[in-house]
Design a protein around this ligand. Structure first.
Ligand code: URA
Length: 490
């Protein structure tokens, strides 16, 4: 047995793993320990200085490297062993396609770890609140500090997001794990600190309360979702938390006001930030979807999502509550593309969660497809609707709207690289297969589309929702299930 002690960061693990692989050291013969961990090894350490680095680069799938960078941030002590066992199986064990086997225990665990880290990063981006602590006399720049308690070691990976967003102020984010400091030019990392070192409260709390009460969108109010998104643990550090009860009690009243208000009265969020408080660095009002697609290789899926949030390439964003981007593991083998979010999807910010989503869920489980392992998205990212009495009625997107939104869904395909791609309905098929695709004549497996190894076009579940006659409904549904089963053919 060898004990390998590493600085607990991805690059340290990667360098060590390269050496060990070159030496042919079996996964079972290594005990991984974090440097600075209190567990004293009973076994001799491996002297990494005396171990040669491999001569040539190892062929490791990019998908693994991306996953490994996230998994390395997980706080579970077994992450290093899990990563090494997986990279061993991928390279020495000749299990080249291992990452596609979702039922494999290691793959499953890797994906779980990566998802937990993604969630933690998302929470850090959403819940960090800066407090003003003073002015740097030399530079004349104001200084801000925030306290945050992440579940995992995500500070280093998430810090560039804050550097970009709050580029023009000096700030520190203090956590028990690690701290990061920005001085307008570079990020610096120091050891974690205790909460006592973070300042408690000042005028900035008022700023956050004002900001929050303005951006609070009662139409989106889902208490359960809100509580799972913003667990109690984070509430205690949020100055706006005391406002939540008050705002939620007014929600139904304000929903009515908002739906009726013409879009010109809905000020852009950045216009609502009160004067005299740190504004986030100005965000581009216009992002160019084609440009983002061009750079998709160098961007993370979450960064593409962030950019899409600011897309104004068509007018649909104007009346929609929010952008609805794809959801699901980036490592998914199967990607499903629908048309556009509906009423429920628009309110919840998630694809296929309304009546069509329910039909889809039932069909997937009947066919034996696990939705949680599938990446689900839409050809168009905003809800297009017209009002009929109190309801918001779906309107089909125009060919132009589908066209300008296409780079976003293509970027998702590029990042996820699914083996199987299912287009639900004509809009998705026209966006991704061919603009003159005829769904009813060409449904089923489609030849000649290179977006995935297998591309399937089938009807949209909303089509079934519109069929009143039960015999016809059953016949169409059976044909749909038949199409979906094509995804499983070996
Ligand atoms: N219809 C779609 O095409 N997509 C959704 O997300 C919901 C309904």
């Amino acid at each position: 047995m060898k004990t390998v002690r590493i600085e607990p960061r991805y690059s340290a693990w990667r360098d060590e793993a390269r050496r060990l692989l070159a030496q042919g050291v079996l996964p079972d013969s290594i005990i991984w320990e974090d440097e600075g961990s209190e567990i004293e090894s009973l076994f001799g350490g491996l002297d990494s200085d005396t171990v040669p680095t491999p001569a040539g680069p190892l062929k490791i799938p990019r998908q693994f490297l991306e996953l490994a960078e996230l998994v390395a941030c997980h706080s579970h002590p077994e992450r290093w062993a899990l990563l090494y066992r997986t990279v061993w199986r991928l390279t020495k064990g000749s299990e080249k396609h291992l990452l596609q086997i979702m039922s494999d225990r290691d793959v499953n665990r890797l994906n779980d770890f990566a998802s937990a880290v993604r969630r933690d990063r998302h929470k850090m981006k959403a819940f960090v609140r800066f407090r003003k602590i003073g002015l740097d006399e030399e530079s004349g720049r104001e200084q801000f500090v925030a306290w945050f308690e992440p579940d995992h070691h995500i500070v280093e990976l998430t810090a560039p997001f804050f550097a970009k967003r709050f580029a023009s102020m000096d700030w520190s984010i203090l956590t028990p794990d690690q701290c990061v400091h920005w001085n307008g030019r570079k990020l610096e990392f120091t050891a974690g600190v205790s909460k006592k070192e973070a300042p408690d409260s000042d005028a900035l709390d008022d700023y956050w309360r004002t900001y929050y009460s303005h951006i609070f969108n009662p139409a989106r109010l889902k208490l359960k979702a809100m509580q799972s998104e913003m667990p109690k643990k984070y509430w205690k550090n949020l100055p706006e938390a005391p406002l939540i009860a008050e705002l939620t009690s007014q929600a139904s009243l304000r929903t009515g006001e908002m739906v009726e208000a013409p879009s010109s009265q809905r000020a852009h969020v950045s216009e609502r930030i009160p004067a005299g408080v740190p504004k986030p660095a100005p965000k581009p009002i216009q992002v160019n979807p084609v440009e983002v697609l061009r750079q998709a290789d160098t961007l993370k899926l979450s960064e593409i999502h962030d950019q899409a949030d600011h897309c104004r390439a068509c007018q649909l964003h104007d009346r929609a509550t929010q952008l609805v981007f794809g959801v699901g593991p980036e490592t998914a083998n199967l990607m499903i593309v629908g048309e556009q979010p509906g009423d429920q999807e628009d309110l919840q910010g998630l694809p296929f969660v309304g009546p069509a989503g329910k039909l889809l869920d039932e069909a997937l489980s009947e066919v034996g497809i696990d939705r949680s392992q599938t990446y689900v998205t839409n050809a168009v990212k905003h809800f297009k609707w017209k009002r009929r009495e109190k309801r918001r009625i779906h309107q089909s997107p125009s060919a132009d709207e589908v066209h300008v939104c296409r780079p976003w869904v293509l970027a998702e395909v590029l990042k996820v690289r699914p083996k199987v791609l299912i287009c639900l309905g004509a809009t998705a098929a026209k966006s991704l297969i061919r603009s003159d695709f005829r769904l009813l004549e060409e449904r089923g497996t489609v030849e000649g589309c290179e977006l995935a190894e297998r591309v399937i076009a089938t009807i949209h579940p909303s089509y079934l929702l519109r069929i009143r006659d039960s015999t016809q409904h059953q016949t169409e549904r059976a044909a749909w299930i038949g199409d979906l089963k094509l995804a499983l053919v070996a």
